[in-house]
Design a protein around this ligand. Sequence first.
Ligand SMILES: [Zn+2]
Ligand SMILES: [Zn+2]
Length: 380
Amino acid sequence: MSKRDYYETLGVSKGADAAEIKKAYRRKAKELHPDRNADNPDAEAQFKEANEAYEVLKDAEKKAAYDRFGHAAFEGGMGGGGGGPRGGHGDFASAFSDVFDDLFGDMMGGRGGGGRNRAQRGNDLRYNLRVKLEDAYAGMQKTITVPTAVSCGSCNGTGAEGGSEPQTCPTCSGMGKVRAQQGFFTVERTCPTCNGAGQIVKNPCKVCHGHGRVEKEKSLSVNIPAGVETGTRIRLAGEGEAGMRGGPSGDLYIFIEVQDHQIFERDGVNLYCRVPVSIASAALGGEIEVPTIDGGRSRVRIPEGSQSGRQMRLRGKGMPALRGAGTGDMFIELAVETPVKLTARQKEILKEFDTLSEENNPHGSSFFSSVKSFWDSMKG
Ligand SMILES: [Zn+2]
Ligand SMILES: [Zn+2]
């Protein structure tokens, strides 16, 4: 059986640098995680292969030897680069747990590292805030109440009653994780006794039950800047959950959702407003009064003979851009209305008007001449 190319095994090109190789290897290792491969009997073999490839390619000397001699570099005493790759012959389970030390270290953040680093950063919190369009226009100060975990005042966040010291967890000897055999694999799990903290509190604080944190509602005054949009995030550093055992607090993220407005429609920094006008106003022209987002009003002149859908721009009457980067415009769109519930007298006037209207419908006459030439062409 011929051996697969190491680069191909990891799914990288020959020119890949150390960072790309490492990334590709991690991706493979995650793919081959036993939790995801309960019914894939090839996972172990594939993992061994990836591990062997990585052992060689991560080492500059071995990689150089492999690039030059291929697999022969590590076979039958040729010794191209200082010893064979360990993964090929070594104990599979131990190789696997090495990967997981690496991966878990990343995933658990400050909690890894064999329990030496016991402080844990608090969680980030998300707070959804709905604001009115006019508040997004002007900006606002808003007081919000956030349920959060804060450091316990009774034990100063240690979780231990009356100044007693936390002790090393007997289950994991302070490692914060335990190893378990699962089929072929040795997997590491967070220690169930100490939940990964590496230490336990013998005499837990009565207020926080040894957690070092208590639930509390916190009031915060938040500055919502002018120009926010749906999806804008405002980060309040350190206002998230308190850390565990003296770790730093997480952050609070305020996610903005701007509510739809009954009059204005927003597109970025521009506002659109549909204004109904009568047939007579559209035909004769005139002036209308329109609302503006600041609560004021503007007068807009309708030109004689305006069609439905005609837009007029009011410069600078739109929304401000975030961080003072200019202001958008407001567009008035005319919606010409067909009158309804006509009296007999109105109908009479309108009929009379219609008999006098020959050249007064610009779209109508060009539409009907197009229709005529279409029919003519269909006749062949
Ligand atoms: Zn433990
Ligand atoms: Zn406490």
